[in-house]
Design a protein. Structure first.
Ligand SMILES: [Zn+2]
Length: 47
């Protein structure tokens, strides 16, 4: 599954912080930072 920015739908998102307070992702395209990312299943064949 690919992580996708909820704001601009970019796949250019990466894990920014991870720790006791939770996980924060950051988007390279729009600068979004937050705990929410969309996950897109690119090819669903199994399951
Ligand atoms: Zn974005």
């Amino acid at each position: 599954m690919a992580k996708i920015c909820p704001k601009c739908k970019s796949k250019n998102i990466y894990l920014w912080l991870g720790g006791n307070l939770g996980i924060i992702y950051r988007c390279n395209d729009c600068g979004y930072r937050g705990p929410v990312v969309l996950e897109k299943e690119e090819k669903v064949k199994n399951k």
